[in-house]
Ligand binder design. Structure first.
Ligand code: VG1
Ligand code: CO
Length: 546
């Protein structure tokens, strides 16, 4: 085994986005591309030397060769030990749990999350720090800087691949490679939070039918262990449980638009009482019940309002945070509970400091992400277990009745996100520029019966370390009544994705069960009038409505 320094030239565009570096697989397959980014991480994170690194991914195409390369690079960069998930598998929340449990100094999670996989799909890599969470902006900026000046990477030359199939320990040069059970630590952690006995009774009881769709992504093994082995659910209740390199050709993005069959069966036909799904890397969750698809914004609010029913949060929660485009439903709960609430930029990395400081216990995003201080990532199966625990603790109630009771108490925030995908990047930027240019003049103007009270480009000052993040999305606010938000995605790999977010508050229980899109229509029309997005792109409708 010899250490080699391989000369390389910097690659353009290795800038981590909302959640790590995401590119087409074919981009990652260029000689030296993965290596350049990984070396930039190692160069920017000297704390890894002599310490433990956690490594794993969502099992998508290119996961295994990437892991073999990273292991040999880690050994050449002075890392003492790598904990790698068996078969290269670690869900994002499990990686976070493993980092924390084993006091690793950091982790590399190989995933492009909800983006499609396969040879023509996407690959991704993100660096997590010692708290188990995504590297904050200061760190990702440093990594990007480093990618622009990098001249070499270090790797141990060895012909032998590490056997990832079996749990066991290996050596590369002086470094230990421990192939670990990817589920064990994570499942043990969740078992400390929820009332497993009560959930087991709920699942075993007559008349409770549920299903979990792992979408051929990473959560299959996790859902089997937790739901089937530990909670006694029938094996058939976990579907698409085999992780596949191309996710079975599907789009592992759990929302009603990408899981139409499950939606039809549960929400429309009412053939199941509860259904859930997760995304490529297991950090998202979709919750469905008879007659209702729970919006993630509402889900966060419901979990916050009911947290004391769950053993892990029985003592109450310290605070709650949501990303800026997430509806203000959780703010209403925070006011009632007299706890702090925070509004952060999009992306889980902005919750880390608040969680570490104990300022918040729960946090979430409108993009099907919810979690707590048990890890430093969003956590799909955690949210599913939380909902199951809630149903067990509120006998006789359904997902729908829980939501309706919540709205009666706190009011309903009608909410929807419209995505325009693979838009020409120049046109997308121009549409947002048009809205941005008009922001200052908007306050005082009307949107139907609503009056605009404020409009800005969202900037955030981290309350813990004072770091500033500007340009985080355009907001048009009508007091507590409504908001329209526009921003560009930081995870797409084709052209630009424009996301428009609409929120309307309704306190009158008699008007809380209307058609969502119809209620939001004036806000939708306003966004088009201000951006001209459809007009200039020639699109007639969003690609995805959630
Ligand atoms: C999207 C979501 C954001 C989420 C991010 C990563 O980012 O909007 O809320 O944190 O994906 O999720 P963007 O920049 O495309 O809007 V995951 O599950 O793909 O890691
Ligand atoms: Co994800």
């Amino acid at each position: 085994m010899t250490l080699r320094e391989v000369a390389i030239k910097p690659f353009d565009g290795q800038k981590p986005g909302t959640s790590g570096l995401r590119k087409k697989v074919t981009v990652f397959q260029q000689p030296g591309y993965l290596e350049a980014f990984v070396q930039a991480v190692f160069d920017s994170a000297p704390e890894l030397q002599g310490g433990t690194l956690v490594l794993g991914g969502d099992g998508r195409f290119f996961n295994r060769p990437a892991i073999q390369t990273i292991l040999r690079m880690a050994a050449a960069n002075g890392i003492d030990r790598v904990l790698v998930g068996q078969r290269g598998i670690l869900s994002t929340p499990a990686a976070s749990a493993v980092i924390r449990h084993h006091r690793a100094r950091g982790g590399l999670v190989l995933s492009a999350s909800h983006n499609p996989g396969g040879p023509d799909g996407d690959f991704g890599i993100k660096y997590n720090i010692a708290n188990g969470g995504p590297a904050p902006e200061a760190v990702t900026d440093a990594i990007f800087q480093r990618t622009q000046t990098i001249t070499r990477y270090r790797i141990i030359e060895t012909a032998a691949e590490i056997d990832l199939e079996a749990i066991g320990t290996h050596k590369i040069a002086g470094m230990t490679v421990a192939v670990i059970d990817p589920v064990e630590d994570y499942a043990a952690l969740l078992a400390t939070l929820f009332d497993f006995a009560a959930i087991r009774r709920l699942i075993a009881g007559p008349g409770f039918r549920f299903r979990f769709d792992a979408m051929h992504a990473v959560t299959g093994p996790y859902a089997r262990r937790l739901l089937v082995d530990m909670l006694g659910a029938p094996a058939a209740s976990v579907i698409n449980a085999e992780p596949k390199e191309d996710f079975g050709g599907g789009h592992p993005d759990p929302n009603p638009a990408h899981a139409p069959e499950l939606y039809q069966e549960v929400v429309i036909d009412g053939r199941l009482d509860f259904a859930a799904a997760s995304d490529g890397d297991g950090d998202r969750n979709m919750i469905l019940g008879k007659g209702i698809a729970v919006t993630p914004s509402d889900s966060l609010a419901v979990l916050a309002a009911n947290a004391t029913l769950v053993p892990g949060y029985a003592g109450g929660i310290s605070g709650v945070a949501r990303s800026m485009p997430t509806s203000r439903a959780s703010d209403a709960v925070a006011i009632a509970l007299k706890i702090e609430s925070f509004e952060t930029p999009t992306g889980w990395k902005f919750f880390g400091n608040l969680l570490d400081a104990g300022r918040i216990t729960l946090c979430g995003e409108e993009s099907y992400g919810t979690s707590s201080d048990h890890v430093r990532e969003k956590d799909g199966l955690w949210a599913v277990l939380f909902w199951l625990n809630l149903l067990a603790a509120r006998p006789g109630e359904t997902v729908l009745s829980i939501l309706q009771a919540h709205w009666r108490r706190f009011g309903r925030h009608y909410y929807s996100r419209h995505d325009y995908e693979a838009v020409d990047a120049t046109l997308a930027a121009a549409a947002l520029d048009r809205l941005r240019a008009g922001l200052a003049a908007l306050p005082g103007h009307k949107i139907g019966a609503l009056t605009i009270t404020a409009a800005d480009d969202f900037a955030y000052r981290d309350p813990v370390d004072g770091s500033e993040s500007k340009g985080q999305g355009l907001r048009v606010i009508c007091g507590e009544q409504a908001r329209v938000i526009a921003r560009l995605s930081g995870t797409g790999t084709e052209g630009a994705t424009v996301r428009l977010y609409f929120e309307l508050f309704e306190s009158d229980p008699a008007r809380q069960n209307d058609d969502v899109q119809a209620r939001l229509q004036p806000l939708i029309d306003f966004a088009e009038a201000q951006t001209g997005l459809r007009k200039v792109t020639g699109r007639t409708a969003p690609d995805v409505i959630t």
